[in-house]
Design a protein. Structure first.
Length: 94
């Protein structure tokens, strides 16, 4: 998954666990670590919103020009499953 946002906006990113399970995930968390660039303003993650096999997080902040690796970790049937994504933070033209 590759998503983009500006440093000043909040977006929602959804991780789809349907390929992993038909059960509803629980105890979900999301983290972001810098992959490329400078991280002077860290990403901020809202609480997980779980609907069926989808886990969504609101994400804000980040540093213009930085690329972040995202990890969503959720428990499904007593097993922890991680899903991965990439987020580009850049000032978008208006």
């Amino acid at each position: 998954m590759l998503s983009a946002k500006s440093p000043n906006e909040t977006i929602t990113i959804t991780f789809d666990y349907s390929g992993e399970t038909s059960s509803t995930p629980s105890a979900a968390t999301c983290t972001g670590t810098i992959y490329q660039g400078t991280d002077s303003t860290a990403l901020s993650f809202g609480s997980a919103s779980i609907s069926g096999t989808n886990v969504a997080f609101a994400i804000s902040g980040g540093t213009d020009g930085a690329i972040y690796d995202l990890v969503c970790s959720a428990t499904v049937g007593g097993v922890t499953i991680e899903m991965y994504g990439t987020l580009v933070v850049r000032s978008l033209p208006r």
